[in-house]
Ligand binder design. Structure first.
Ligand code: 2HA
Ligand code: ZN
Length: 277
C-alpha cells in the first residue's frame, strides 16, 4: 500500500488550502473543499473495506439531509472548525476521506479527522452542489467555498443582482467572459451551514459553476482543483479591479460588443441576456 500522504489528491488539498490561506481568502476556519475521488485511486493508498467510524450527515444545526444519490462515493473533505492555515502541516487532523453510507444518511470515515473531527459544517451545501453539478456535468469533481476579500468587499457596494454583478465582473478583465461565460449566480444573505442554503446553492449550481453567498463568500465547482480554483481566482481578480476603480471616474471600459467578439472568437456559449445589446 502506498503512503496516503503522497497521494496526489492529498497533495492537491494541501497545496490548494495553503494557496487560499496565503491569498487571504480563508481566515481562521473560513472556507471548505470537497473533492470526489476515484475509488480505484483511493484503493492504492487505503483499505477501503476498513471503516474507522460512522458520522451522521448534518450541517451546523444538526438537520440531516438526503445524500442517497451519492451513496458509495468517496470524497476528501476539509474538517469542520479546521483552519486552512494548518492543513499542509497536519493533513490527517484537518482533512478526512469519507464514503457516503447506505441510504445517504451518514458517512464512513476511511482516513483522517484524527482526534474526533468531522466534515465541514457546510457539508449539506457541498453534497447537494455535487449532486446538482454531476447532473449537468458527470465529470464534476470539486466543490470549493471561500471568503475572497475583494469579492466580499464588492458585495457591500454593488447591487446583488446576477445580471448586473456578472456584467460588472465581465467588464473588469478581458478574460472573464471566456472563463465564466455562464455568469455568476447570486444568493441573498442566508443562514450558513443549513440544509436551506444547501438547497438554494444546489439550485443555482444547475446553471452556474460560481455562486456568490451575499456578504459571506463564494462557491465554485469544477472538474479539477485547478479549474475550480481558477474560477474563484478570476472572479476575485475582477472584483479587485472593481474595488480599485469603483470610486474613480470610469474613462474606459470593455464594451458589450467587445465581449460578443471574444465569445465568438473562443466559440463559447454565454449568457446573452446578461449583456445590454
Ligand atoms: O466553515 O466558511 O461558511 C467555515 C465557513 C462557513
Ligand atoms: Zn464561509
Amino acid at each position: 500500500m502506498k503512503n496516503i500522504l503522497d497521494a496526489p489528491f492529498v497533495r492537491e488539498m494541501c497545496e490548494t488550502t495553503a494557496n487560499m490561506y496565503r491569498l487571504g481568502w480563508d481566515e481562521r476556519n473560513g472556507g471548505n473543499i470537497s473533492y470526489l475521488l476515484d475509488e480505484k485511486e483511493v484503493d492504492e493508498y487505503l483499505d477501503t473495506g476498513k471503516v474507522l467510524r460512522s458520522i451522521p450527515l448534518m450541517g451546523v444545526n444538526e438537520v440531516d439531509f438526503d445524500a442517497s444519490p451519492l451513496e458509495g462515493k468517496i470524497f476528501i473533505v476539509t474538517g469542520t472548525g479546521k483552519y486552512f492555515k494548518n492543513v499542509e502541516k497536519d493533513p490527517e487532523t484537518n482533512l478526512g476521506i469519507v464514503r457516503i453510507g447506505k441510504g445517504g444518511k451518514n458517512v464512513e470515515l476511511l482516513w483522517g479527522y484524527r482526534g474526533g473531527g468531522r466534515p465541514t459544517s457546510e457539508f449539506p451545501a457541498h453534497m447537494m452542489s455535487h449532486m446538482a453539478r454531476l447532473q449537468v456535468d458527470p465529470e464534476n469533481r470539486v466543490v470549493m467555498h471561500s471568503h475572497p476579500t475583494h469579492t466580499l468587499a464588492m458585495n457591500y457596494v454593488h447591487e446583488l443582482n446576477e445580471k448586473k454583478f456578472t456584467h460588472t465582473l465581465w467588464e473588469m478583465s478581458t478574460e472573464c467572459i471566456v472563463v465564466f461565460p455562464e455568469g455568476v449566480g447570486v444568493l441573498p444573505w442566508m443562514l450558513c451551514g443549513t440544509k436551506t442554503i444547501g438547497e438554494a446553492t444546489a439550485e443555482k449550481m444547475k446553471k452556474f459553476r460560481l455562486v456568490v453567498w451575499a456578504l459571506h463568500g463564494i462557491y465554485g465547482a469544477g472538474k479539477t482543483m485547478d479549474e475550480t480554483f481558477g474560477l474563484i481566482e478570476t472572479v476575485e481578480k475582477a472584483a479587485q479591479i472593481y474595488m480599485l476603480t469603483a470610486h474613480l471616474p470610469r474613462v474606459n471600459t470593455i464594451k458589450d460588443e467587445d465581449m460578443v467578439k471574444l465569445a465568438e472568437l473562443f466559440g463559447i456559449d454565454y449568457r446573452k441576456d446578461f449583456l445590454d445589446l
